[in-house]
Design a protein around this ligand. Sequence first.
Ligand SMILES: [Fe+2]
Length: 421
Amino acid sequence: MAYYRATGHIPPKRHTQHRREGGELYYEELMGEEGFSSDSSLLYHRNIPSTISASRVWELTDQSTTPNHPLVPRHLKLHDLFDETAVQTTDVVTGRRLVLGNGDVRISYAVAARPSPWYRNGIGDECVYVERGAARVETVFGAFEVGEGDYVVIPRATTHRWLPVVDEANPLRAYCIEANSHITPPKRYLSKFGQFLEHSPYCERDLRAPSGPLLAEDVGAAADDETDVYIKHRGTGPGGIVGTVHTLPFHPLDVVGWDGCLYPYVFNVRDFEPITGRVHQPPPVHQVFEGYNFVICNFVPRKVDYHPLAIPVPYYHSNVDSDEIMFYVDGDYEARKGSGIGRGSISVHPGGHAHGPQPGATEGSIGVDYFDELAVMVDTFRPLDLGEAGLAADDGVYALSWSRGSGAQGSGPGGSAHSEG
Ligand SMILES: [Fe+2]
């Protein structure tokens, strides 16, 4: 992360003796990226962090993928994936279902009422977007209370768990973006030393970090409880991903202090300040994060193009180098008559195929001065394949929605009162 934080009890000088009241040493762990050549943090544990007492296989949910072939744009209806019964038995970690994936990033979805087990992603960083509902996320760095619109960015190898706030009318809906790399703010938003620059649509004040008191102080009698930690890691399974469960002879929240520049944080989409212009601004102005070979953008409620002859919806565009995955979170999608695109929809616009407004939407947008929409977009530079949930959620007719008289009109992204797609 961009800047240094310190929390809890740490010694005045790194790599020196740090003892508890009884005189026993704490165990120092360096958690660092790119070997020892990038951001890191030092954590002080009550227990030796490499200790395990048992291990077993964790059978992941189906990670197999199917190519998007023959190549077509698609509409995936994520809200069809979990019925009320499934929600009651699902947690955000073991129950997430794979929607799309490639060798760089995987997008999964979960609607969950159950607490997750302790979990660590050993493959890459995770960015979990909370579409609806609320949860407490406990990590070895501290805890977060998260809710609608939060991006929860969790560095690779961070032990944590998800505890949903149970609300049958508004369950936790988690849109999980798992990288095979690190997820960071765009480099162009940062100074050469990592501070957010003035043109960035958000800055340090908008980021929530875990804060004290550290959870090790709250564990109490559970400190010696044997605990399973579910680890997703590289292997020879579908997508090169497999799982292992490690049993620890103690509670994983045993950190009494940490400092450094690597830690989980939360950013809420409502704190993203949109960049607008006289004529249509390209999607990079909406970027919020990036990983290796993909970017994450968000389209937030905003005033739109104000040139006297402006066309607020986008021109047709061939994103020749990327697949474009738009997740529709909020907005007046009722205007998209007959489309089916709405809250909880994903549009898949693959590289090699032009896309843009539905018939009539370009003319219809003229004079509109505000877009009331909220969408999260992932663009990948390698093609995405469909996971089992992507196949299950496919409406099967979206590809025809630009055909006049097809009966499927109206499903084009960038509908009459909306923007990108
Ligand atoms: Fe697009």
